[in-house]
Design a protein around this ligand. Structure first.
Ligand code: UDP
Ligand code: MG
Length: 311
């Protein structure tokens, strides 16, 4: 019998977990030809998430859980999940039921046809602000244009991945993670299915704009050096323009003499170039920061327990 793992990263999801579990039971009942594992990764929740999961496990041995030593963020929580899932494939699911488990049978159908990565693409997004939709739209377009790997637009972590893909993902162990890009980076046969993303069933989103901007920067800096190239290019253009301007000024001074003037233009040029220099220092700094973090070579996460036993 093939085993299918459902991977659920959970951070302060005490309101959602009971709903989620009943939904999962419904789906798994309709697919009795498979064995199931429900792997929860408790990402340092401060509410009753962990004890709820423990209770589920007491009544249902298919429930497993990894308890992280603190909140590491969803990206790292998923990596912990990749390390611990036991199934022949896994389905990554948000705890808040924004990813409808009713899609699972269709995903499995394509998996049986031999696809390694069956990902769900959002047709619509309810419960999200106009600003969030717009920024994510612009961002994905930008990312798509600047990276060589095709990154799927409007696609999250809701997907089924075959064991072969799981093993590949486990090998990508950087600590500042952008998993969405990794699914594309590892390659393999992919299949897209469409769905309507619902609003959260309960609780509130754990993402704020600051975190999202952080994730966006991680996405760009971990998959492309284009910003550095743009910096070089603009540097070259400005140098060439200044060179022309210099020749112009020298010739003008020789022909017409050199009365002191030009304070406004001097100020404008200094401020403009200074601004650009600071911006590009910042960009270089982003990459430098990544190098710093990755060269420390720390373990990506620590776990307090697996199914209640220390390890
Ligand atoms: N999550 C997590 N660690 C975090 C933040 C979120 O494991 O630090 C989990 C969360 O419990 C949920 C999933 O990641 O299962 C998606 O989070 P959320 O619904 O807050 O994000 P959104 O759907 O708004 O993108
Ligand atoms: Mg959500």
């Amino acid at each position: 019998m093939k085993e299918i793992s459902i991977l659920i990263p959970a951070y302060n999801e005490q309101e959602s977990i009971p709903f989620l579990y009943t939904k999962l039971i419904e789906v798994t009942k309709s697919l009795p030809q498979y064995e199931w594992e429900f792997l929860f990764v408790n990402d340092g929740s401060k509410d009753d998430t962990l004890s709820l999961i423990e209770k589920l496990r007491q009544n249902d041995s298919r429930v497993n859980y990894v308890d992280l030593s603190r909140n590491f963020g969803k990206e790292v929580a998923m990596l912990a999940g990749f390390d611990y899932v036991s199934g022949d494939c896994m389905i990554i699911l948000d705890a808040d039921l924004q990813d409808p488990p009713t899609l699972i049978p269709e995903m499995i159908k394509y998996w049986e046809e031999g696809y390694i990565d069956v990902y769900a693409k959002r047709r619509s997004r309810s419960g999200e602000s106009f600003l969030k939709k717009w920024t994510s739209n612009v961002y994905y377009k930008l990312l798509q244009k600047t990276t060589r790997i095709p990154i799927q637009i409007d696609t999250g972590d809701f997907r089924l991945i075959d064991r072969q893909g799981i093993e590949a993902l486990k090998k990508l162990r950087e600590s500042q993670r952008y998993t969405k890009g990794m699914y594309s980076w590892i390659g393999f046969k992919k299949k897209e299915i469409l769905f309507d993303r619902d609003a959260r069933i309960a609780g509130t989103t754990k993402w704020n704009y600051l975190k999202l901007i952080g994730l966006a920067i991680d996405g760009i800096t971990s998959f492309t050096v284009i910003p550095l190239r743009v910096a070089t290019l603009i540097g070259v253009i400005i140098s060439m323009l200044s060179f022309c301007y210099m020749i112009f000024i020298v010739i003008k001074a020789m022909l017409y003499g050199d009365p002191v003037e030009g304070y406004p233009s001097l100020m404008a040029v200094i401020l403009f170039v200074g601004g650009i220099q600071l911006l590009f220092l910042g960009i270089i700094g982003e990459y430098l920061g990544r190098i710093f973090n990755e060269t420390k070579n720390r373990p990506t996460y620590f776990i307090s327990s697996y199914n209640g036993s220390k390890c």
